[in-house]
Ligand binder design. Structure first.
Ligand SMILES: CC(C)(COP(=O)(O)OP(=O)(O)OC[C@H]1O[C@@H](n2cnc3c(N)ncnc32)[C@H](O)[C@@H]1OP(=O)(O)O)[C@@H](O)C(=O)NCCC(=O)NCCS
Length: 171
């Protein structure tokens, strides 16, 4: 299930956001204090009001436990384009949760926001993320050289995308 995040989720988010294995392929550093997690959640709450960023909590349907986040890291409505991102803590990895969450965000982006193109980028070595994107029907359009800098090292990224209507996008 996807639901809104709030500062009351700080303990659950900090539990995985402090894990260096989780941040290996992302541009943010592992959280070093719960206060840092609270600040992050406050920016998410502000973004809900300003609609500049839409990131939701990923929770288990039965227990309601928060295990990660998924949503739009960027929305460029002028171009009917959005970029998705997701994190699932290691304790719950490999069970299809990121795939299920990302598929729901894609559906929401196309059907509710009216996006035409949804993108995602992952570092070339992030095989699990690339697999998630393939499983939700996104196509790798190519590799962007030295696109991001992660802990002082420039990394190549794969650009994935899916269009609202298959077959369009060559005009
Ligand atoms: C990437 C991430 C979101 C995947 O979450 P998840 O819930 O484990 O993903 P799923 O279970 O839905 O799918 C993972 C797929 O990757 C595969 N996979 C996992 N590790 C892999 C590896 N090292 N090499 C190749 N495939 C791998 C799994 O087998 C699975 O594919 P399958 O269903 O065909 O077997 C999670 O590992 C994560 O949060 N990583 C850290 C943050 C991150 O990198 N976010 C993405 C930034 S682009």
């Amino acid at each position: 299930m996807l639901r809104a995040l709030g500062v009351e989720d700080a303990d659950a988010v900090y539990a995985y956001a402090r894990d260096p294995a989780v941040t290996e392929f992302v541009t943010w550093e592992p959280h070093t204090s719960i206060e840092q997690t609270v600040l992050y959640l406050m920016t998410v709450e502000t973004a809900y009001r300003d609609a500049g960023l839409l990131e939701w909590g990923v929770t288990l349907a039965g227990s309601g436990e928060l295990i990660g986040t998924c949503g739009f890291a960027r929305l460029e409505l002028d171009h009917a384009r959005g970029e998705i991102g997701y994190v699932v803590g290691r304790a719950h990895a490999g069970q299809g949760y990121a795939t299920e969450a990302a598929a729901a965000v894609l559906r929401y982006g196309f059907a509710e926001i009216g996006l035409h193109r949804i993108e995602a980028q992952c570092v070339v070595d992030n095989a699990a993320s690339a697999r998630v994107l393939e499983k939700i029907g996104m196509r790798c359009e190519g590799v962007l050289a030295s696109r991001v800098r992660i802990r002082g090292r420039s990394r190549d990224v794969k650009m994935f995308a899916r269009l609202a209507r298959a077959g369009e996008g060559h005009g």
